[in-house]
Ligand binder design. Structure first.
Ligand SMILES: NC(=O)c1ccc[n+]([C@@H]2O[C@H](COP(=O)([O-])OP(=O)(O)OC[C@H]3O[C@@H](n4cnc5c(N)ncnc54)[C@H](OP(=O)(O)O)[C@@H]3O)[C@@H](O)[C@H]2O)c1
Length: 169
């Protein structure tokens, strides 16, 4: 299992249930990585999508709301159900796609992290993720050159987890 996220320098990822920035190259990168694969999201991120479910992907939504309606997406109500459901897929084909609460619960079970690093600090965000670079088990394995779009510098980095935890109930 992987996770894929766009973060600022202070690991902010969202505000008012929206992304912080519009970066077409990042959306393209996300689409390239996840098309044909399985995407896992919390219900808030799912509801923030302009088009849902994400096309050409198996969408899995985590929610506590038993009445949650997600036509065309698989709905699961806890991590046990989630891990049962993803057993049928290749772990490499499964991408955790947010938001903050879902990344923070699932990062330790991921083998790889695809992180778009935006070279800016955003203090007034309301969704943040753990900085995996502060954890000794995550190693950077690649980074692109910086690119600039809409006045923002960013690069794509990939990290590998050398100590993946196994999900236990
Ligand atoms: N920068 C990026 O790459 C990126 C990517 C994705 C999202 N985001 C941003 O992240 C923000 C949203 O993050 P968020 O943390 O507020 O919301 P979220 O993670 O999308 O969804 C949270 C909801 O998921 C449900 N949930 C969480 N853990 C669960 C579990 N173990 N079992 C069942 N349900 C569970 C809960 O639903 P209930 O409401 O029913 O309690 C919880 O309220 C937005 O601003 C979004 O734009 C950024």
């Amino acid at each position: 299992m992987n996770f894929i996220v766009a973060v600022t320098k202070n690991y902010a990822i969202g505000r008012k249930n929206q992304l912080l920035f519009h970066l077409p190259s990042d959306l393209k990168y996300f689409k390239e990585k996840t098309t044909g694969k399985v995407v896992i999201m919390g219900d808030r991120t799912y509801l923030s999508l302009p088009k849902r479910p994400l096309p050409n992907r198996t969408n899995i939504v985590l929610t506590l709301d038993k009445n949650f309606k997600a036509n065309g997406a698989i709905v699961v109500f806890n991590l046990k159900e989630l891990f049962e459901k993803i057993k049928q897929f290749q772990p490499d084909d499964v991408f955790v796609c947010g938001g903050a609460s879902i990344y923070n619960q699932l990062a330790k079970y991921c083998h790889k992290a695809y992180i778009t690093k935006i070279d800016k600090v955003v203090e007034d965000a309301d969704a943040f993720v753990t900085n995996i670079e502060e954890l000794s088990n995550w190693k950077k394995i690649s980074s692109t050159e910086s690119k600039t779009e809409n006045g923002l510098d960013f690069r794509f980095e990939v990290f590998e987890n050398t100590h993946v935890e196994e999900f236990k109930e």
